[in-house]
Design a protein around this ligand. Structure first.
Ligand SMILES: Cc1cc2nc3c(=O)[nH]c(=O)nc-3n(C[C@H](O)[C@H](O)[C@H](O)COP(=O)(O)OP(=O)(O)OC[C@H]3O[C@@H](n4cnc5c(N)ncnc54)[C@H](O)[C@@H]3O)c2cc1C
Length: 315
């Protein structure tokens, strides 16, 4: 059984749901949930439900950790030594990849980012290479190593244990070299694509930014995020932050609904690890029908409103 530290990323409403897959991957080992920001006591129940017996309220002698990634990294590195951890892991979000890279540098330990699978018993991880065309498998032999997991790569599964909160103040001084002054949310106010468990995406035939409202309405019923193909982004129908694909975001949701997408290799490079893919396309011979789990031959402007209506009635 390995000693694994899982960095817990907080969202607006507490522990981000995407952390649960990381905790699930570590469950069965001696898991320390490492909470740098927010209320560790408030995280105890959910961390315990997903297998973490210890929830560490991390603090630094010099002050708050939440607004300084380098102080947080120094505190994480100190915690790794204090609790004799063999692995430090966390969500491969923007913040997670930044924080784990800093922590690995301080610990002078190997780091594998954006892993799509991990086996902590064998010390192996998998990473997707060349836009998903190959999968590379790594064995980590160092006594301490770090990895970030792609959001939604591991399906959350409860494995409840009794969790206790432990306080640890890291011997970290100074105010940190980098301080976060302000966090601006995406002006569209939509859910972060890379962490969404359901995504509905629009392609070129959306034809205007206004028509994307159709997808936003359906997404509201599904609890989904809205994505776009590059063709839709290049045409100015959606911002680049919504682009999925080789030159956009890589996503791995449980359900991906592709509305008016031909199924280009560049788009697939960013969403091929989706668990279930549903395609809506007017052309029965569109390449996307050879790559999806369920296909609907039809006009998205007719099919999506019906789907939204059915979901509304069921709510
Ligand atoms: C280097 C490089 C990087 C790229 N990176 C990306 C990337 O990151 N992401 C990305 O998406 N693309 C990327 N592309 C572009 C990619 O090659 C495609 O051009 C693009 O994905 C096509 O977008 P689309 O499927 O929306 O449009 P199209 O290929 O035009 O397909 C539209 C589909 O909608 C169907 N349709 C039409 N009307 C309707 C309707 N009313 N209802 C339902 N279906 C309808 C059509 O039958 C068609 O199959 C990249 C290309 C290159 C060269």
């Amino acid at each position: 059984m390995a000693k694994i530290g899982v960095w817990i990323e907080m969202g607006q409403d507490g522990v981000k749901e995407a952390n649960l897959g990381v905790l699930t991957a570590a469950a069965g080992h001696e898991v320390y949930a490492l909470v740098c920001s927010g209320d560790a006591e408030g995280c105890r129940e959910v961390c315990g439900k997903y297998g973490a017996a210890k929830v560490v309220a991390l603090a630094a002698e010099s002050g708050a950790l939440w607004d300084s990634p380098d102080l947080a990294a120094r505190a994480l590195a100190a915690a790794a030594n204090e609790f004799d951890l063999q692995v430090v892991t966390g969500l491969g979000s923007l913040n997670g990849r930044d924080l784990l890279a800093r922590t690995a540098a301080i610990l002078d330990a190997p780091l594998l980012q954006d892993c799509t699978a991990v086996d902590f018993t064998a010390g192996t991880v998998e990473k997707s290479h060349f836009s998903g065309k190959t999968v590379a498998r790594f064995e980590c032999r160092a006594p301490l190593w770090l990895c970030s997991l792609r959001p939604n790569a591991v399906e959350p599964q409860e494995s409840p244990v009794e969790a206790e909160v432990v306080s640890y103040t890291a011997p970290v001084s100074g105010s940190g070299g980098v301080k976060v002054l302000e966090v601006r949310r995406d002006s569209s106010g939509v859910m972060e694509l890379t962490e969404a468990t359901i995504i509905i995406t629009g392609g070129r035939p959306m034809d205007s930014a206004e028509n994307f409202q159709l997808l936003h309405e359906c997404a509201a019923e599904l609890g989904a995020a809205v994505g776009a193909s590059r063709a839709a982004v290049d045409a100015g129908f959606a911002p680049h932050s919504m682009q999925v694909g080789q030159t956009g975001k890589t996503v791995s949701p449980r359900l991906y609904i592709a509305c008016g997408l031909s199924g280009s290799v560049q788009h697939f490079a960013g969403m091929k690890t989706s668990k279930v893919i549903v395609a809506i396309n007017t052309d029965k011979d569109a390449p996307i029908f050879g790559k999806c789990n369920y296909g609907i031959v039809g006009d998205l402007f007719e099919v999506v409103p019906v789907l939204t209506e059915v979901l509304r009635e069921r709510a």
